[in-house]
Design a protein around this ligand. Structure first.
Ligand SMILES: [Zn+2]
Length: 423
């Protein structure tokens, strides 16, 4: 093929490549970041722009894995490489923070607490031509899930017209958060050295980010992973009011169940139960918080997850609770890669210091939350009548492995007898 015939659809700029993997030859040092400083101007803006590489003071770029789609838009000529976001009217619909936790470099290491307000606090930088992007967006929505309307019809929830409308709509505030990792803090949280963390990230991404190795002066990394969405029900002020109750469900994405209603696990029923507890708590004058992490299949990904389903269903003796974790470990090498150590940061960003109702049975989530300094008053397990028949394998295995329950924990013989559907 004659390559000269291929029309370059990109901007007609010279096609030179700027390597960011070594300190720039221009002499200017990037704007320093003082992580954990209460004053955003002293903390410094995080600049992941690609429009001026000399301004960059972080490793990686915005939008997580969607950066690859951006590359496709650029190469096809539909997106100009020098496009800058017009942030007019995009600022948060409601105000969140600042809270004391924002100034504690140990409490928040995996997101930028000032990520929603860069347009307000860094105006001087914008005027000087810096391209700073929000990593958090806060908006409002009405959401509607048929199970919740059904719960109201059965009398478990009331349609109060404010938190839950007559048609079952829930009035929510929601925030989307991109991960922003302060590498020394993440290393400390995971109890590894920063150097080991940088090497592992570099190697396991196939060398995607050379600066992890060559730029120890850059301490903030925008990892190419999914972020987190927060749904808040009720009065946001209640979250930090010691006299008002707070309910929290921390949920890790499960597309098969959450969206498509697959019956092999308890994810959607438990998510809905979490929202139900949040509605009740909001209606008592408190607030409910759903934290939704993009950690599909225990952060192993959906291909691994489906492979495990097959291995479970086809093993000798069928799909059974005693072999539930073992099958995952055989395929993935580990039982779980969610690393809940970084999860509580979002709770600290919201200013949460006490959770009256934690709607989760996960001991890993509970331990991470409590170890981060948040008090948990009561843990709320999923009610038995919400567990799909085929999901008994999962829930009994989890309870036997230490997940929180107020009910019976099966012994080995009992676990062998809990069986799921076969393919
Ligand atoms: Zn699931």
């Amino acid at each position: 093929m004659d390559t000269a015939m291929v029309k370059d659809k990109r901007d007609s700029k010279p096609r030179h490549i700027v390597l960011t993997s070594h300190p720039t030859p221009y002499g200017a040092k990037p704007i320093p970041i003082h992580w954990g400083n209460a004053d955003p101007l002293k903390r410094g803006p995080l600049i992941g722009t690609l429009t001026d590489p000399t301004h960059r003071n972080v490793i990686g770029t915005h939008s997580g894995s969607y950066a690859i789609y951006r590359a496709l838009a650029v190469v096809q000529g539909s997106l100009k490489t020098d496009h800058r976001a017009d942030l007019t009217n995009t600022s948060p619909i409601v105000n969140i923070g600042p809270y004391p936790s924002w100034a504690d470099p140990d409490k928040i290491v995996a997101l930028d607490p000032f990520g929603a307000v860069v347009g307000d606090v860094f105006t001087d930088y914008f005027e000087k031509g810096y391209d700073i992007r929000p990593t958090i967006a806060i908006t409002k929505a009405h959401i509607n899930m048929p199970e919740l309307y059904e719960a109201a019809a059965k009398g478990r929830l009331k349609l109060d017209g404010e938190i839950m409308k007559e048609n079952g709509d829930l009035v929510v505030t929601k925030a989307a958060i991109e991960p922003v990792w302060y590498l020394p803090g993440v290393a400390h949280r995971l109890k590894v050295t920063e150097s080991d963390l940088r090497h592992a990230l570099f190697e396991q991404t196939g060398g995607m980010f050379p600066e992890l190795i060559t730029r120890p002066d850059l301490q903030v990394f925008l990892p190419p992973i999914g972020g987190v969405t927060v749904y808040i029900l009720g009065d946001i002020a209640a979250i930090t009011d010691p006299d008002r109750p707070v309910a929290v469900r921390v949920h890790d994405e499960c597309n098969g169940s959450d969206v498509f209603g697959s019956d092999i696990c308890t994810c959607r029923p438990y998510l809905v139960h979490g929202i139900e507890e949040c509605i009740r708590t909001a209606q008592e004058g408190g607030a409910g918080v759903i934290v939704y992490y993009r950690k599909e299949g225990r952060a192993l990904g959906e291909v691994t997850k489906f492979l495990v389903y097959n291995a479970r269903k086809r093993q000798t003796g069928g799909d059974r609770a005693d072999a539930y974790f073992e099958r995952t470990e055989c395929v993935a090498g580990v039982q779980d890669m969610r690393f809940q150590e970084l999860m509580p940061d979002v709770l600290h960003w919201l200013g949460i210091t006490r959770i009256d109702r934690l709607v989760s049975m996960s001991n890993m989530k509970y331990n991470a939350i409590v170890n981060s300094g948040i008090e948990v008053v009561k843990r709320v397990p999923i009610p038995d009548d919400l567990i799909p028949a085929d999901a008994k394998v999962e829930i009994e295995a989890k309870k036997a492995a230490g997940y929180y329950t107020e009910g019976e924990i099966l012994d080995v013989e009992g676990l062998v007898s809990v069986k799921g559907r076969e393919y």
